[in-house]
Design a protein around this ligand. Structure first.
Ligand code: GLN
Length: 196
């Protein structure tokens, strides 16, 4: 049976574990290289990417995480997790490390300091006709991407109209928003299907 790891250094770890459990998928919290070696896929939660980067560096997790990326481990990142998966961070900390699992450049806190958090209905055709209620909390957006990256969702309406907030490439998926906070399991189900 597939075991999905949830990177448990910081952030909304429990919510991702609960979402996968609701889909009947087994999970394990990953805090060390040994934990990582035991899982088939990895979810990187929302939280604070600079803190996650610091703790992952301290725990010696970047080398095995980069190996997992190179070996094609399926990965899903929400919000700070999207930042962790990116090739490049704009407005990051100078010492902030990422995995480069997705050929994207993301801008941290892109929606502006005055817009701490907001919710919006997103059209995500890959999830069916019904729009997805998306929760954004100091969210990034995708500012540049390579040709093999597929856009799965964009903001419609408002000052951020057209901004890219959901992407995938191969078996790597990322969203600027937090499906783990809404009870709508379609993004997690999409990731489960990408693993299989
Ligand atoms: N702004 C956070 C960061 O830079 C992300 C916020 C979130 O994950 N909700 O990591």
């Amino acid at each position: 049976m597939t075991l999905v790891g949830v990177l448990g250094l910081q952030g909304d770890v429990r919510e991702h574990v609960a979402a996968m459990a609701a889909l009947g998928v087994a999970t394990a919290v990953v805090r060390t290289p040994t934990d990582l070696a035991a899982v088939d896929a990895l979810i990187i939660p929302g939280g604070e990417s600079t803190t996650m980067s610091l703790i992952a560096t301290r725990e010696g997790l970047f080398p095995p995480l980069r190996t997992a990326v190179a070996e094609g481990m399926p990965m899903y990142g929400s919000c700070a997790g999207m930042i962790m998966l990116a090739r490049e961070v704009l407005d990051g900390r100078p010492d902030q490390q990422t995995l480069g699992a997705l050929d994207i450049a993301v801008r941290r806190n892109a929606f502006g300091r005055q817009v701490d958090s907001f919710e919006a209905d997103l059209a995500m055709p890959c999830l069916g006709e019904e729009p997805l209620r998306a929760v954004f909390i100091r969210a990034p957006w995708v500012e540049q991407m390579g040709p093999q990256v597929e856009v799965l969702g964009r903001v419609t309406g408002g000052p951020a109209e057209g901004r890219i907030v959901a992407v995938s490439s191969g078996r790597v998926l990322a969203t600027s928003f937090h499906p783990e906070l809404t009870g709508d399991l379609r993004v997690h189900a999409l990731f489960r299907d990408m693993i299989d």
